[in-house]
Design a protein around this ligand. Structure first.
Ligand code: GLY
Length: 377
């Protein structure tokens, strides 16, 4: 285990900043998601509706907050501007408004009081409220696609989008945002969190009368499995609902999933895509490690004694393993974090994904004290 955590984290922060100065310069006009075979970022500016497109801007604001170097803020602002196209396209507006506009517009508004950013946040929050199903008390995740009408689908990931609504309540003094966020969180507690503390990815409700139909494996291995990134969305997401509301039930839920997650961390400290995936093929997902570390470092702030130590040590172990075994700090590659996986059944596994880098930086920044807290507060 690392002895002097702050010194260790500061050393990593220096390496991250040195790398990202070059990476941001050479990718300044892009909105990256993955890398190509040469380790260079791709560009999703022409697919700007994709849910991950706020993380590049979020990296920019985190790096700007730590360095005050203009390149980082300039790129973050450009990404935010490009994303205005999403606000004008109802087919692209799904429940992931928190992932899109908290790392970009909220960060910009918090740091600079930007009025355009405020406007974007309110438009996004209103659209998110419009997705609420008042009979089932859930926020609809996705829009219809070739697979059909998805009006009854809710997913655990949405817990990370709720801070946009908690913020909108405070910003406008309109409690409708708070009601929607809490009603969704209560539904998620009831239908997504299992007895053993694990969380399922997708729940299908009947959108007409709101009754529970079934849970679906989603991006994990299958029905009843335990998709690791979904576990981390629950740990961090319920902790955020507690931070915004002070309601103990959300804190307890975050702890329950955290305890389960920690009990499943393999001996080598590397996180699989699904804790219940078969021995073969077994894939890794470093994003889950980075997000879990962020969630646990937040959660420990509301715990004492052994529990606090348990969450803290688990976060450090995850970060230490990621740093030593899955991070590239050279500027040969654009990404930092390696071996990320979007979904177990995808064709491609164990590659670079932008939110792996975002959450890794956020976690290291939590240890150095350089973090810009972007989750609605
Ligand atoms: N929110 C989708 C994912 O975590 O892949």
């Amino acid at each position: 285990m690392v002895k002097d955590e702050k010194a260790w984290a500061l050393e990593i922060a220096d390496k991250i900043i040195a790398k990202e100065e070059k990476v941001f310069e050479r990718n300044r006009n892009k909105v990256p998601y993955n890398t190509d075979e040469n380790g260079r970022f791709d560009d999703w500016s022409d697919r700007i509706g994709w849910w991950t497109n706020g993380f590049w801007g979020g990296m920019g604001w985190q790096l700007y907050n730590a360095t005050h170097k203009d390149i980082f803020a300039d790129v973050a602002r450009d990404t935010e501007d490009k994303m205005d196209e999403v606000l004008m396209n109802s087919a692209w507006m799904d429940h992931d408004s928190g992932f899109r506009w908290l790392p970009t517009s909220f960060a910009n508004y918090k740091l600079n009081g930007d009025k355009k950013s405020f406007n974007r946040l309110i438009l996004a929050a209103d659209n998110m409220c419009g997705r609420f199903n008042p009979v089932g008390n859930f926020i609809k995740a996705w829009n219809p696609d070739d697979s059909g009408n998805r009006a009854g689908i809710a997913i655990i990931d949405c817990m990370m989008n709720l801070p946009l609504l908690y913020w909108a309540y405070k910003a406008t003094d309109d409690p409708k945002y708070l009601h929607v966020a809490k009603l969704h969180a209560n539904t998620a507690m009831k239908y997504f969190i299992r007895e053993d503390g694990s969380a399922c990815h997708i729940v299908q409700f009947d959108p007409m009368d709101g009754h529970f139909i079934d849970s679906i494996g989603g991006q994990g291995y299958g029905h009843g499995s335990s998709w690791t990134r979904g576990q981390t969305w629950a740990i961090y997401g319920f902790a955020l609902s507690y931070i915004h509301t002070g309601e103990e039930q959300y804190l307890e839920t975050s702890k329950k999933v955290a305890d389960y997650f920690i009990s499943e961390i393999p001996e080598n400290g590397l996180i699989p895509v699904d804790f219940r995936q078969p021995a073969e093929p077994a894939w890794e997902d470093s994003t889950a490690a980075a997000i879990a570390a962020c969630g646990l470092l937040e959660l420990e702030k509301f715990c004492d004694g052994e529990l606090k130590e348990k969450y803290h040590n688990a976060a450090i172990r995850l970060l230490e393993t990621l740093t030593n075994e899955r991070c590239d700090f050279t500027d040969d590659k654009d990404n930092i974090v390696e071996k990320c996986t979007a979904a177990y059944h995808d064709k491609r596994h164990e590659f670079a994904i932008i939110y792996g880098d975002y959450y890794y930086i956020e976690a290291i920044w939590k240890l150095t004290g350089k973090e810009l807290f972007i989750w609605g507060k």
